[in-house]
Design a protein. Structure first.
Length: 67
């Protein structure tokens, strides 16, 4: 398994930054790394909008459940 850097993950998702705590950012990096390992980098790049939407929904649910 190849470890992807945060920069590589952001490049695959075509984003400049990832908001969140260092722990959250690392979890996102690991999540994308796992998807790339299982389905390939091309899958991540082709489905980046859907993946970013999933991430946004996950973050909203986390925030709502905390309050």
């Amino acid at each position: 398994m190849t470890r992807l850097s945060l920069e590589e993950v952001m490049n695959m998702l075509s984003i400049d930054s990832i908001n969140g705590t260092p722990k959250q950012v690392e979890r996102i990096r690991i999540w994308i790394e796992g998807l790339a390992e299982k389905r390939g980098n091309t899958y991540v790049m082709e489905n980046r909008r859907n993946l970013l939407d999933q991430l946004e929904q996950h973050m909203k649910l986390k925030i709502e459940s905390c309050c």
